[in-house]
Write a protein that binds this ligand. Structure first.
Ligand code: PA5
Length: 466
């Protein structure tokens, strides 16, 4: 395992009364063990099929990689259509591993790098769609439509709009070659459409839910299309999986931090801030927010007791948010855990020059921007510790395929352990499904007549409008 986890600042003997009593770890050993056993007993089973993704036979990936290499050689743009788990994993990984300003590079630079532009469209704002269309040359654009259920309104709407335009631009026969579907094989509307039209289709295993799907074809197809080394990504995830399959909580980062977060919740820390100190990891916070919120935010536990569990995830970025939110983190209510993500060595750094005429800037002289950023992280950590605020740091030696794979696997195991500790069903999302069904009903989808009547009869009073 290349990642390191520093949880000193979670503990009462380091930060004082608002921290967690170190002896709690021993006192809660049987609950921690039960959460661990629950996850381990279900490895590869039911909704825990995601645990097996890093262990797949990498040679099976060769044909996918070859096909995506071919597409990359022809594409001016690669566009992913998807939402929720079908988008946030891909967004977090491409931000981490590709040039962060890829789409702004001149065409000559893109051609030299052999890369298309990349757009991941995870919303249905019509203005955004117009602006995308103004940028695309459909003749050389390839679309990857991703939906696990094959039914999500947003993704199907995007697909219908773009497939129609593609057919008009290049003709029906050619249009088919520009769409790749990623969905559950043999099931759902997208699968049926893809089969009818003859799209290349990649499957998502039945027991891999959206927010746990980044290491399935949901992520592997777009990553391979953008030349990311998917084998190294999976190797990193496997490395972390091994660490997370260790029963000793003191050696298992996901189990320890899941436990500490649950303990923090018991102490009233119902907000979990994810704060990477690297722009490349900025969207890891989005990935985390989804997996943590959608998995743990549950009305009932598995025994049917009303629990209204969950910890609200929040996003912050170092150092940017030092100049906005950190004031609240250090002096506001004791209701947060702040997780910082540190990058020890930036892939590229910038030396800060000296200016003989400006003495006031001498302290910056000879340092790099990466050093400044890391000093600021350590300074914030110190300020939080001094103020008695629970925080911990995940350290990546560098951002690369392996460390990103490790980070993703860590988040998935941490969530699974936290869900098991809280006793909730980590892998369902009834609150999200409710909204999806209400949307179908309001748009007049067949079979949703009763739901429409229910939506229409929902109580609303005129006096509460302005
Ligand atoms: O985690 C989940 O299950 C959800 O966030 C889904 O990913 C999201 O609703 C999109 O679903 P689908 O991939 O079926 O279109």
């Amino acid at each position: 395992m290349k990642l390191r986890f520093d949880y000193n600042n979670m503990m009462a003997d380091v930060i004082g009364e608002h921290g967690i009593d170190p002896s709690d770890v021993n006192r809660d050993a049987s609950a921690i063990g039960a959460a661990y056993d629950d996850v381990m007993a279900n490895l590869g089973k039911g909704w825990q099929e995601w645990t097996e993704l890093p262990y797949m036979n990498y040679s099976d990936l060769d044909s996918l990689i070859a096909r995506m290499n071919d597409i990359r050689s022809k594409a001016s743009a690669f566009v992913v259509l998807g939402i929720g788990g079908s988008a946030l994993g891909p967004i977090s990984v491409v931000q981490a591993l590709l040039n962060m300003r890829l789409n702004e590079l001149p065409s000559s630079a893109l051609r030299a790098a052999g890369l298309p532009k990349l757009y991941i469209e995870d919303n249905i704002d019509p203005e955004r769609m117009h602006e995308l269309l103004e940028l695309l040359d459909l003749k050389t654009t390839y679309f990857n439509v991703i939906t696990k259920s094959g039914e999500t309104s947003e993704t199907l709407a995007q697909f219908l709009v773009l497939y129609d335009l593609m057919k008009k631009a290049v003709g029906a026969e050619e249009a088919k070659k520009h769409f790749i579907a990623t969905t559950t094989m043999g099931k759902g509307t997208l699968y049926r459409l893809a089969e009818k039209e003859g799209f290349v289709t990649y499957g998502i295993p039945a027991g891999v839910g959206g927010r746990f799907s980044v290491l399935s074809n949901v992520g592997l197809v777009p990553f391979a299309a953008m030349g990311i080394d998917v084998k190294k990504l999976l190797a990193g995830a496997k490395e972390m999986s091994e660490a997370c399959r260790t029963a000793d909580v003191r050696k298992n980062p996901a189990l320890m931090t899941a436990y500490l977060q649950c303990k923090a919740m018991e102490k009233g820390a119902n907000i979990s801030v994810m704060m990477p100190y690297a722009d490349s990891l900025k969207y890891m916070s989005d990935f985390y927010c989804q997996i943590w919120a959608e998995s743990l935010g549950k009305a009932t536990d598995k025994k049917g007791n009303t629990v209204h569990a969950g910890q609200t995830p929040a996003k912050a970025l170092g150092v940017t948010d030092q100049h906005s939110q950190v004031q609240l983190y250090t002096e506001g209510p004791f209701d947060k855990v702040i997780t910082m993500i540190a990058v020890e060595k930036f892939r590229r750094d910038v030396l800060i020059p000296s200016d003989p005429d400006i003495d006031a800037c001498d302290f910056l002289k000879g340092h790099t921007m990466g050093e400044l950023l890391n000093h600021e992280r350590v300074a914030t950590e110190y300020a939080l510790r001094k103020a008695g605020r629970m925080n911990f740091t995940i350290v990546l030696p560098e951002v690369n395929e392996e460390t990103v794979g490790e980070l993703l696997a860590y988040y998935m195991y941490e969530t699974a352990f936290a869900g098991a500790y809280l006793g909730v069903d980590t892998f369902n999302q009834p609150g999200v499904e409710e909204g999806k069904k209400a949307t179908f009903a309001m748009l007049g989808r067949k079979g949703y007549e009763d739901k429409l009547a229910e939506v229409r009869s929902a109580v609303k009073k005129d006096e509460y409008y302005i």
